[in-house]
Design a protein. Structure first.
Length: 394
């Protein structure tokens, strides 16, 4: 059940959310990197004094974010969710015999995940989950047969009533659809990972569904606060010279690049739009993301490692070579991702305490995401016909 209004009002005040605002949590996809957003979730619960399933009116998630969202909706605290992740991480990414992402996909079997999901969620539907703690729910998945994104949603409309085309769908079926990342896991019949195209960050989907299809008039422009938690991103800064002949197999280079960059570009577009002056008046959007590169990592508090990790003794010693290689299924980096998440949470707690969007002061740019560009070089090259003529054709 939701907490009484005075306690909820006090919790919202701690993060400067107006008492009558609907509070929406959006959770990115990212495989094992979901461990980072769990650390931020733990910090949120500590600051507000409430578990997420009581604090938020709606939770939305993609892939690993869908798992976390479902665990929240069904009444799990952030500490409990972290324990579930610690227990299942190694098993869920169990290599399939002779499985290879490029030559014999998928790389992993779903046996452990399906067992985990059945044990936790049993035969609970989205409707059952929503009515349990009055926390509205959205899970994204890509429908290959229809060529469109599917939003598995359920919204409470009355004490024991729920709306949503897929409200009667098994919760664990929707989650499996959302986490079926191509080449990593087999599709769920017609469905693959919800983050393969636009909705790895489910923020815009959550806003659209809440405002237009929830049937709840309390979701209104000007009265919604969205807290969006990323899972960290590995920057793909590629020297132009290396694009002509990428290291290793070309197909491996481009597939990895596309699967990372498409979702990130889509997320950036959503974030830029929601941060634009007009939308800032309509939606209180707060995005919390970090890039895995030494420049950004050195902005968050350093911490010693209990034992050497990737050949280093503290967080600030970690090199770009390690940070750039944060594949969603690489469990060798799981401990490091958790540490980065904890230190990022400390940074936020000492800074804006989730009370506002995490952007550089006076600029609409992520505070902990490294951006690169070379306007002068681009202008010089792209204005020069001889430079253009000298570029290779194949």
């Amino acid at each position: 059940m939701k907490v009484k209004q005075p306690k909820m009002k006090d919790a919202k005040q701690k993060i400067r959310v107006p008492a009558d605002n609907k509070l929406v949590l959006c959770l990115d996809g990212g495989g094992m990197r979901g461990a980072l957003s769990i650390q931020l979730l733990k910090s949120l619960e500590k600051l507000t004094g409430l578990p997420a399933y009581q604090l938020f009116d709606m939770v939305a998630g993609t892939s690993t974010g869908a798992i976390i969202a479902a665990l929240i909706a069904t009444g799990h605290t952030a500490d409990e969710i972290e324990k579930q992740y610690d227990n299942m991480a190694a098993d869920v990414f169990s290599p399939l015999f002779l499985g290879n992402r490029f030559f014999n996909p998928p790389r992993f079997t779903k046996k452990a995940f399906r067992r985990f999901a059945a044990e936790i969620f049993r035969d609970m539907t989205l409707k059952d989950a929503v009515l349990k703690h009055q926390t509205d729910l959205l899970i994204t998945a890509k429908d290959m047969a229809a060529g469109e994104e599917t939003f598995f949603t359920a919204f409470q409309n009355g004490e024991n009533e729920c709306s949503g085309t897929y409200a009667e769908v098994l919760l664990r079926a929707a989650i499996e659809a959302s986490m079926s990342a191509p080449t990593y896991f087999a599709p769920l019949e017609r469905f693959v990972d919800g983050g393969t195209t636009t909705y790895n960050n489910p923020s815009s989907a959550a806003i659209i569904e809440a405002l237009n299809y929830s049937g709840n008039a309390d979701y209104q422009y000007g009265k919604i606060t969205v807290i969006s938690l990323g899972t960290g991103i590995s920057p793909q800064f590629v020297n132009p010279e290396k694009l002509k002949n990428p290291k290793g197999l070309d197909i491996a280079f481009w597939l990895n690049w596309l699967m990372t960059e498409m979702g990130q570009d889509a997320s950036d577009m959503q974030t830029d739009l929601l941060r634009s002056p007009r939308f800032r008046d309509l939606i209180d959007y707060r995005r919390f993301q970090i890039s895995f590169d030494s420049h950004s990592i050195k902005k968050i508090p350093d911490c010693p490692f209990p034992e050497p990790l990737h050949g280093c003794n503290s967080l600030h010693e970690i090199t770009d070579k390690t940070l750039y290689d944060m594949d969603m299924a690489d469990l060798q980096h799981y401990k490091l991702v958790k540490i980065i998440g904890r230190q990022m949470a400390q940074y936020i707690e000492k800074g804006n305490k989730f009370t506002a969007d995490l952007v550089v002061k006076d600029k609409v740019r992520d505070e902990l995401v490294t951006a690169r560009g070379d306007i002068a070089a681009i202008l010089k090259q792209m204005s020069n016909h001889q430079w253009l003529q000298n570029q290779p054709l194949d």
